[in-house]
Design a binder for this molecule. Structure first.
Ligand SMILES: [Zn+2]
Length: 441
């Protein structure tokens, strides 16, 4: 509790620091699109299927994002949002053993040893909204709102996930402030911004994929309801479908794309017989459909910001690709196996708006650079102890003249991070999901 009180005092102090600077973005939005792959994006943009990605990139730059192996989502997203590598922030994998029997539990926010970019922005008087990101449960206090990745944990019946009083309501700290998800339940239930029916053939999906699509739609609908209601200056939200759909449907995606648009099936294992036409036609377009969903979400962001002034970033933790036969990949905790398709090493960073230079960055950025770029875009100094930096070519010359990259010794405030994750009643279902994606045994 003492921490929360100190936090409130600090944010008041920082908020009193004078009039807003018009040369800084009024709003900074970071849209996390898991596994968004630069080649898939390029193919879809070439066909005019991602108009909002086009709009963003006309107002900024594209870069590849390269993480170190292993390409595990929780460790990379934590780097993206802390500005530190995994050795420093402490999230290395999907699960950790607890207790004498070594039962494995999904990693939880209490393990993170560094402060997040929304902690730092919030302390500096900037209101924040954070929705659905990895390793955010249990919720820590923020200067705004936070829906953790356990806001609506998996339940048997996904339709009930966002009903008040449902099974998920049994764990605490799903959100900050406690209960704020209630404000977004109507938007999730009525599917205010994103409808299942907008996703072609959603009714043909197997229960697991359908479940996770509905989960994503619930978070997206909640995210925009709260964004409109609370108007945070820093807003970040997350889409997972772009990861789990390729895990299940990449083969059909490649068949469909190759047949329709040309290209090569090279590297894909030859099946005994080609998949039936009806299957390819139904499931083949779905990976691309998740990118079109991301594009629609980006469109809603662009309707709500002023790209002349504001800053919008779309970032992925890694890509997705085909691997040559015989490639052994590190796919989870202590799991190495041969995979014909899996996470690719190239992710994306697309950034558009007032502070950013137009064009393409020659050099790839590192995940931890994203936090540094966000702090600099907000006119705040970086921690000199951070692993992330502001790469050459990110900001416009006039922005840098008014807001040169500055440093403080550190944004850290003493030791953070427990040794063991926190157990929840949903661990088994979370593990089931990780298992279905091949990340754990
Ligand atoms: Zn990922």
């Amino acid at each position: 509790m003492r921490e929360a009180v100190a936090f409130v005092l600090l944010s008041f102090a920082a908020a009193g620091c004078g009039a807003p600077d018009r040369s800084l973005p009024e709003r900074i939005v970071v849209f996390g699109v898991d596994a968004a792959d630069p080649e898939v994006v390029a193919a879809l943009r070439a066909r005019g299927e991602l108009p909002n990605f086009d709009r963003l990139l006309e107002a900024g730059f594209a870069a590849d994002l390269l993480a170190d192996e292993p390409l595990f989502s929780p460790r990379i997203w934590t780097s993206i949002f802390t500005g530190f590598g995994p050795e420093a922030h402490g999230i290395e994998s999907f699960t950790l053993p607890v207790g004498s029997e070594g039962k494995r539990v999904p990693v939880t926010s209490n393990l993170i040893r560094r402060r997040t970019v929304w902690d730092i922005l919030g302390e500096s008087g900037i209101t924040v909204g954070v929705v659905g990101h990895w390793v955010t449960w249990p919720a820590r206090p923020v200067n705004g709102f936070l829906l953790t990745n356990y806001t609506w944990p998996p339940t048997e019946e996904y339709e009930k996930e966002w009903s008040p009083g449902a099974e998920w309501d049994t764990i605490g700290m799903r959100t900050f402030p406690e209960g704020i998800d209630g404000e977004a339940v109507d938007a999730a239930r009525e599917k205010r911004f994103f409808k299942t029916a907008d996703f072609p053939n959603a009714d043909r999906l197997d229960p697991a994929l359908r479940h996770y699509l509905e989960k994503d739609l619930a978070y997206l609908n909640a995210a925009f309801a709260l964004f409109d209601e609370r108007k945070p200056r820093f807003f970040t939200f997350y889409l997972e479908a772009t990861d789990f759909f390729p895990h299940k449907l990449w083969m059909f995606h490649r068949y469909y794309e190759t047949e329709r648009f040309g290209g090569s099936m090279e590297g894909l294992p030859a099946p005994l017989a080609p998949p039936p036409r009806a299957v390819v036609d139904t499931f083949g377009p779905m990976v691309a459909e998740t990118y079109r969903l991301a594009d629609r979400a980006l469109g809603l962001v662009l309707e709500r910001v002023d790209l002349e002034r504001d800053a919008v970033l779309v970032v992925s933790d890694h890509g997705f690709r085909t691997y040559p036969p015989g490639t052994i990949l590190h796919v989870g905790d202590d799991r190495w196996t041969e995979m014909p398709f899996w996470h690719g090493e190239r992710g994306i960073l697309f950034a558009g708006g007032g502070p950013f230079r137009r064009g393409t960055l020659e050099e790839p950025v590192r995940p931890e650079d994203v936090a540094a770029i966000v702090l600099a875009a907000a006119g705040l100094p970086l921690g000199a102890d951070m692993d992330g930096t502001v790469p050459e070519g990110v900001f416009r010359a006039d922005f840098l003249r008014d807001h040169p990259v500055r440093f403080v010794e550190s944004w850290e405030k003493g030791a953070l991070g427990d040794e063991a994750p926190i157990e929840s009643p949903f661990d088994e279902r979370m593990l089931e999901k990780l298992r279905s994606l091949g990340y754990v045994h």
